[in-house]
Write a protein that binds this ligand. Structure first.
Ligand code: MV4
Length: 508
């Protein structure tokens, strides 16, 4: 059989990740890119690369005609959508499939079935997946919603049936709030999702977000690859993910995993999926929704299971049978992912953009760095501000955590502000160490003022810059800080290293 030809309809770190999987499987990789991405790593890594159009996503990565043009010009046989962009768009999947290209992912029907959160709840109920108490679609009469809310008790969440990922939700603590929010949420749902179906669910407010990774082949086999806890998030953007969840009991993991596999097989699901649950204070799981794509945080599952999820996806797309039985999946150790985001905490977490003058990536045992940028690149305003993911593995959680702090210390990005300081704060926090995490944790506990003082950071950078310059021009001797800034010190004095100054070896 000739080499499969894989078009990767994405950019950045996930495009690089997929190209690596393709190369190891012996597949030919075809990158696509926008004018803003002409020299980015995914373009350089792929076997071939094709321009889609200008930087704006609707002219490039979300331009269906241009992607079809590249399919025709390259003879692509398979397409991997990554996450975001077209990854959960059933119309896209249909059009690609009709062009004779095999999607590395689920069918349009499976995406549609899970995109409707009411239908997803019904399917979950049939598969005996534990559910949050919730209503059927609500009629226009507010009395129905109020009666329902009063039967399950406040607080409740009004959710849009075609929302998801936290979009189109509204929290109501009492009857008055519910009355005020119903038509508002319905109107927004209609405008945002083209369908104004809404329903209510009991709101679980101190719950953890725990999700189950699945792989299903096209022959009706499915396995679960353990869980990921993703409670550390702000405004529905996950920031830290870890596996295993510190509080999940083995019997609950088994219950959630088996329920998730039943749901997927019931709907004839093929390829990778994630089933999201809330885990309440009593350790009870409740189904939220199913994500029909490879997720950003998939690497932590790969680290503990040793299974390459992208390679598994490619083999599933070729019709291979899963090579694992459930008992073959035996996660080892612990893994943590910190998302590296270009943003300015002091400016209300606005996305940061601009040229990347210089980077130094962390390395060493148990460290994985998934990025799609390099020195000399640029963070564009057109795309997601998540520019990379730092992942560490340890024999236990504490080893993974300490390794993460060490790796964050090694990480240098000059030119754009990032959340690396936030990640250092989070990973060193007693609540994180203790595993006291839940979805509202940061709303209740974090303020930007907690991060390092930028004036001290500036001094540290000035010292490092002078030291680097003196080394480059061959001027001997260490440099130290004084009231006048960085000055040459006695060359015979013992060196005061960056570590002893409370900075990293990279000078931060
Ligand atoms: C909830 C919930 C509490 N109770 N549903 C947000 C994302 C989407 N998957 C569903 N979400 C939630 N649904 C009930 N009945 C809280 C959230 C939620 C959340 C869930 C997972 C991760 C982060 C979150 C942040 C805010 C709210």
């Amino acid at each position: 059989m000739s080499k499969p030809r894989l078009l990767i309809a994405n950019r950045g770190e996930i495009a690089c990740r997929i190209i690596r999987g393709a190369r190891e499987e012996g597949w030919h990789s075809i990158a696509v890119y926008s004018e803003a991405d002409a020299t980015t790593p995914h373009v350089l890594m792929a076997d071939e690369a094709h321009l889609l159009g200008p930087a704006a996503v609707h002219e490039s990565y979300l331009n269906l005609e241009q992607i079809h043009r590249v399919i025709r010009e390259t003879g692509a046989t398979h397409l991997h959508p990554g996450y975001g962009f077209f990854s959960e768009n059933p119309d896209f999947v249909e059009s690609v499939t009709n062009a004779g290209v095999k999607m590395v992912g689920p069918s349009a029907d499976a995406i549609r079935a899970m995109g409707d959160k009411v239908a997803a709840r019904d399917a979950a109920e049939k598969a005996k997946v534990p559910l949050v108490p919730g209503s059927p679609p609500l009629p226009a009469d507010p009395a129905v919603a109020i009666d329902y809310a009063e039967s399950i008790g406040y607080p409740v969440l009004i959710k849009a049936a075609f929302g998801g990922g936290g979009k189109g939700m509204r929290l109501c603590h009492n009857r008055k709030e519910l009355e005020g929010a119903l038509e508002l949420t319905r109107g927004e749902a209609g405008r945002s999702f083209g369908n104004d179906t809404i329903f209510v669910e009991k709101a679980l407010l101190r719950a953890r977000h725990v999700e189950i990774q699945l792989l299903c082949d096209s022959h009706g086999n499915g396995v679960y690859l353990g869980e990921r806890e993703c409670s550390i998030q702000r405004r529905h953007q996950k920031l830290v993910e870890e596996t295993p969840c510190t509080v999940l009991k083995p019997e609950t993991r088994k219950q959630m995993g088996e329920a998730a596999v039943r749901l997927a097989l019931d709907i004839g699901y093929e390829n990778a999926a994630t089933v999201e649950f809330l885990l309440d204070d009593d350790g009870q799981p409740y189904f939220l929704e199913m994500n029909t794509r490879l997720q950003v945080e998939h690497p932590i599952t790969e680290m503990v299971t040793g299974i390459d999820l992208v390679r598994a996806q490619l083999r599933i797309a070729q019709g291979e049978t899963l090579p694992w039985k459930q008992e073959d999946i035996q996660p080892e150790g612990a893994a943590i992912e910190c998302r590296i985001i270009a943003e300015d905490a002091a400016a209300g977490f606005l996305p940061a953009s601009g040229p990347i003058h210089h980077v130094r990536f962390p390395e060493g045992l148990g460290v994985r760095n998934d990025v799609g940028f390099d020195s000399g690149g640029e963070v564009s305003v057109y795309y997601d501000s998540m520019i990379g993911k730092l992942i560490t593995w340890g024999r236990d959680r504490e080893e993974a955590r300490q390794r993460m702090l060490r790796a964050l210390d090694e990480y240098v990005i000059e030119g754009v502000r990032t959340n690396i300081d936030f990640q250092k704060w989070m990973l060193a926090h007693p609540d994180f160490i203790a595993g006291n995490t839940y979805t509202r944790y940061l709303d209740e506990h974090f303020k930007p003022e907690y991060l390092d003082r930028p004036d001290l950071d500036e001094l540290a950078r000035a010292i490092a810059a002078v030291a680097a310059y003196r080394e480059r021009v061959g001027v001997g001797g260490p440099v130290q800080a004084s009231g006048r800034g960085a000055v040459a010190a006695d060359p015979h004095a013992p060196r005061v290293t960056a570590w002893k100054r409370g900075m990293s070896w990279s000078g931060r």
